[in-house]
Design a protein around this ligand. Structure first.
Ligand SMILES: [Zn+2]
Length: 155
């Protein structure tokens, strides 16, 4: 699997929150052992292909106006963001739009604090990945904490 040693939720950090609301800290590409991705806000060399060509990361509105997050954009939420949000809601029980609303409501630092609680394994306390149904450290189900507070998800 190439998954590294268990690490705790304290590794989550503000600079791992992407403009679209993705928390790169819980992405499997960031948590993997070999050539771990530095996240959306880092250099491209380690990123999965679909992230290097991401239309939101490279969107003119974001880059030319120096926006940190998509909610600062007059086009928010644009179709690209809504599509990504829909895919993550249905497939991974996480919502970019809800994440962004939280960042706007409570601030980035507090959002990261809430993420550290949300993505801690109920069984061993290790950081769980949004892209995996089981904890990378102990193998127990990582479903219960995921999607906490998530509304509007059709089962
Ligand atoms: Zn665990």
């Amino acid at each position: 699997m190439g998954i590294g040693a268990p690490t705790g939720p304290d590794r989550l950090a503000p600079d791992l929150i992407a403009p679209c609301g993705m928390d790169c800290g819980v992405c499997i590409a960031h948590l993997r052992d070999r050539n771990p991705c530095v996240g959306c806000n880092g250099e491209d060399s380690s990123k999965p292909h679909h992230c290097t060509v991401c239309r939101m990361k490279h969107c003119d509105e974001l880059t030319s106006h120096g926006h940190s997050f998509c909610f600062e954009c007059p086009r928010f939420p644009c179709p690209q963001l809504r599509n990504l949000d829909k895919r993550y809601r249905s497939k991974y029980r996480m919502s970019m739009l809800e994440n962004l609303e939280e960042v706007r409501r409570i601030g980035l630092e507090q959002f990261v604090e809430s993420e550290r609680i949300r993505w801690a394994c109920d069984h061993c306390g290790a950081l769980v990945s949004v892209h995996r149904k089981v904890c990378l450290a102990c193998g127990e189900s990582a479903e219960s904490s995921r999607g906490a507070g998530l509304t509007g998800v059709s089962s």
